[in-house]
Ligand binder design. Structure first.
Ligand SMILES: [Fe+2]
Ligand SMILES: [Fe+2]
Length: 169
């Protein structure tokens, strides 16, 4: 069954939001790299790859449902932050906003009685729980670290260990 116009439209908007997220995380990664925080930069680059994979999962799905993918311009992202704590606080806030957007997609799909899309979106609902928890954990850790440069460098080293694994496949 071909995807309905309203579901196609909201998923196209979500594709743009996922690419915007990717772009924002890359900007954050660049900023951290320039501050000498290579572990945070690594963590954020993994985040960049994840967001691209989220966008592509929607792209593939629209194709599977015989729909039309309409790529839109990606708006500018912030380029500087006051501190790495601010970077991670913004990350958490952003993920909460994305969760609301995903819930809105579910509402549109439910209004259309589109079971397949509701099912697809459940993957994103679960993913958002993880995304929010991961960002919240880092914010909490950074608050413990406070002004301790030594502790920050140790934590930065820990974050070097994260690597990208495509969970959408
Ligand atoms: Fe995402
Ligand atoms: Fe995300």
């Amino acid at each position: 069954m071909k995807i309905s116009p309203s579901v196609q439209d909201v998923l196209n908007k979500q594709i743009n939001a996922e690419f915007w997220s990717a772009y924002m995380y890359l900007a954050m990664a660049n900023w951290c790299e320039e501050q000498g925080l290579r572990g945070f930069a690594n963590w954020l680059r993994v985040q960049y790859h994840e967001e691209n994979s989220h966008a592509l999962k929607f792209v593939n799905y629209i194709h599977e449902r015989q729909g039309e993918v309409k790529l839109q311009p990606i708006e500018a992202v912030p380029l500087t932050w006051k501190s790495v704590l601010e970077v991670m606080e913004k990350t958490y806030e952003h993920e909460c906003k994305v969760t609301e957007m995903i819930y809105n997609c579910v509402n549109v799909a439910e209004a259309e009685k589109d079971r397949a899309t509701v099912n697809l979106l459940q993957w994103y609902v679960d993913e958002q729980v993880e995304e929010e928890a991961n960002a919240d954990e880092i914010v909490t850790n950074l608050r413990f670290i406070g002004e301790s440069k030594g502790a920050l460098m140790q934590y930065d080293h820990v974050l070097k260990g994260r690597s990208f694994k495509d969970e959408t496949k």
